[in-house]
Ligand binder design. Structure first.
Ligand code: ADP
Ligand code: MG
Ligand code: MG
Length: 211
C-alpha cells in the first residue's frame, strides 16, 4: 500500500489523540517511580508534532514531515522523552529520505529506525526499565515478520504484542537509566511509564497499518 504525506498527517493526529486519552494514566505511572510528568510531556509533544505536521502542504516530502515532527516535539517537551522521540522522528526522516510516498517496506524501516534512534540517544539496552523495553522487541518483531514475508498490518500487530510483553516485563525490573534508577529496588512492582506510552504509539501505528 502507498503511504502518502496525508496518511502520515493522520497518523500523527491519531498518535496525539491516543496519547491524550491516556495522559493522566501516564502521569500516574510516572508519579510512582519518576516525577509524574510523563503524560503531560508526551501529550504536549504529540499535540505539538501533530499540529506542526498537520499544517504542512500535502505535497511535503515524508522526510521533511518527520523532521518537522522532531523539531516540534523537542521544542514542546522539557523532559527526557523530548530528545528521545525527537531522535526517533529524525531517524524516521532519514529512513524516508528521497521518497515522495512510502511503501510498506519503507514504513517497516521507518518503524525500526525510530526504535534504533531511541536506543542510541538514550544509550539504554533492553532490561534497563525504559521505553527501549517496548521499542526494541517491537522493532525486532516487525523486522522478523517482514523478513518472512508477512504483510505490514500483521508485522505491526506482532510488534504491538512484543511491545506489550516488553512493557509488562518492566514491572519486575530495577531501572538502570532515567529518574527511576535512583530508586533501586523500590522501582520494582511498577511499570515503566515510557514503555507504557511506547505501547500506545506502537498500537496507533498498527491501527494505521490496518486502515
Ligand atoms: P523525565 O524523567 O525527564 O521527567 P519523562 O517523564 O518524559 O522524562 O520520561 C520518563 C521515561 O523516559 C522513562 O519512563 C523511560 O522510559 C524513559 N527514559 C529515561 N531515560 C532513558 C534513557 N536513557 N533511554 C531510554 N529511555 C529513557
Ligand atoms: Mg517524568
Ligand atoms: Mg520531568
Amino acid at each position: 500500500m502507498t503511504i502518502t504525506t496525508k496518511d502520515l498527517q493522520q497518523l500523527f493526529a491519531g498518535i496525539a489523540e491516543d496519547i491524550a486519552a491516556e495522559r493522566d494514566h501516564l502521569c500516574e505511572l510516572d508519579g510512582a517511580i519518576g516525577d509524574g510528568d510523563h503524560g503531560l510531556a508526551m501529550d504536549g509533544g504529540c499535540q505539538a508534532a501533530a499540529k506542526a505536521v498537520g499544517a504542512l502542504d500535502v505535497e511535503t516530502a515524508p522526510t521533511l514531515l518527520f523532521n518537522v515532527a522532531a523539531k516540534a516535539f523537542l521544542n514542546a517537551v522539557g523532559a527526557s522523552s523530548g530528545p528521545l522521540y525527537a531522535t526517533a522522528f529524525m531517524r524516521a526522516a532519514a529512513a524516508a529520505k528521497d521518497r515522495q510516498t512510502l511503501t510498506d517496506d519503507d514504513f517497516v524501516r521507518v518503524f525500526a529506525a525510530m526504535a534504533t534512534g531511541i536506543q542510541e540517544r538514550g544509550k539504554a539496552e533492553a532490561g534497563e526499565k525504559t521505553m527501549v523495553d517496548a521499542w526494541k522487541p517491537a522493532a525486532d518483531a516487525a523486522l522478523d515478520a517482514w523478513g518472512t514475508g508477512k504483510p505490514l498490518p500483521e508485522c505491526l500487530d506482532m510488534a504491538v504484542h512484543a511491545a506489550r510483553v516488553g512493557c509488562d516485563a518492566t514491572k519486575d525490573m530495577t531501572a538502570a537509566k532515567g529518574r527511576a534508577s535512583r530508586l533501586g529496588d523500590r522501582a520494582i512492582g511498577h511499570i515503566d511509564p515510557g514503555a507504557a506510552s511506547a505501547v500506545i504509539i506502537i498500537a496507533t501505528m498498527a491501527k494505521f497499518a490496518r486502515r
